[in-house]
Design a protein around this ligand. Structure first.
Ligand code: NAP
Length: 241
């Protein structure tokens, strides 16, 4: 059995699900470790699944169980991100819509959960083998691209994630030279997250999770540690910060 693994966090995401399928097909010998709030049957006998509530305590517990496997981690891909739902709250259209609870929930899930995972998994990622760590960001987090305004909390939670990864890239260029960081924008993808906002999206601009997972798999496979973070879209085109 191989001791090379990839880690998929937020594995119930529609894009993550397609990504796991793509990785299973492309890397049949690699162990796939999934993490989710959901109990999920491992897709492959060689896989491991951990249920996690994403509290700092449980993130550290799951990370130490992963570390205990003594695997070589090839990639970590963090899909967690929310825009609406369980708070019954939708993205803000105007200043009066700003709501502290909604905003803090988005900053917690979209910005801090990825960083807590990077923190907790760092000891496993500092090996001599290259490791690509990707967080699902969004073009809407680009400050220079913001011409429409609105969506205050979602935009800025992704902008904050981008800045966190930028700082981490500076630090890891000194401390863990074999880690490559990526911030990935999938494009508008047909998932529960985008469902309420798809009405004005032309068919050709609404991607399937399978297409996006294929693009992301290619980007990860062709990325190499260079001491920087790449903020890229599904075509691997750089996005202005
Ligand atoms: N779909 C799009 O058009 C689009 C566009 C730009 C960026 N993105 C980004 O792509 C990523 C994946 O989203 P998706 O489109 O695949 O949406 P999705 O199917 O709705 O997936 C939601 C993701 O967020 C996690 N999540 C949901 N509620 C959470 C909570 N309370 N605490 C912690 N984690 C929670 C889920 O993790 P569990 O496995 O733990 O449930 C899952 O990974 C997100 O970061 C999103 O911002 C999507």
């Amino acid at each position: 059995m191989t001791n090379v693994a990839i880690i998929v966090i937020g594995a119930s995401s529609a894009i993550a699900d397609a990504f796991i399928q793509a990785q299973t097909e492309q890397n049949p010998d690699v162990k796939i470790i999934t993490v989710s709030r959901q109990a999920k049957t491992a897709l492959h006998a060689n896989n491991l699944h951990f249920q996690c509530d994403y509290s700092k305590k449980q993130i550290q517990q799951v990370a130490s169980r992963i570390l205990g496997q003594e695997l070589t981690i090839k990639s970590v891909t963090i899909f967690n991100g929310i825009l609406h739902d369980e708070f019954d709250a939708f993205p803000e259209k105007k200043l009066e819509d700003i709501d502290l609870e909604y905003s803090m929930a988005l900053f917690n899930i979209n910005t801090m959960i990825p960083m807590l995972w990077l923190q907790a998994l760092l000891p496993a990622l500092k090996s001599k083998q290259p490791c690509v760590v990707t967080a699902l960001s969004a073009r809407i987090g680009s400050i220079s691209d913001n011409r429409m305004g609105g969506w205050y909390s979602y935009r800025s939670s992704k902008t904050a994630l981008n800045m966190m990864f930028k700082s981490a890239a500076v630090e890891l260029a000194r401390r863990a030279k074999n880690i490559k960081l990526i911030l990935f924008h999938p494009g508008t993808t047909d998932t529960p997250l985008s469902k309420p906002f798809q009405a004005n999206v032309p068919d050709e601009k609404l991607f399937t999770p399978e297409f996006v997972a294929h693009q992301l798999s290619g980007i990860i496979a062709n990325s190499h540690p260079d001491g920087t973070v790449s903020y890229v879209d599904w075509q691997n085109k750089l996005i202005e910060w």
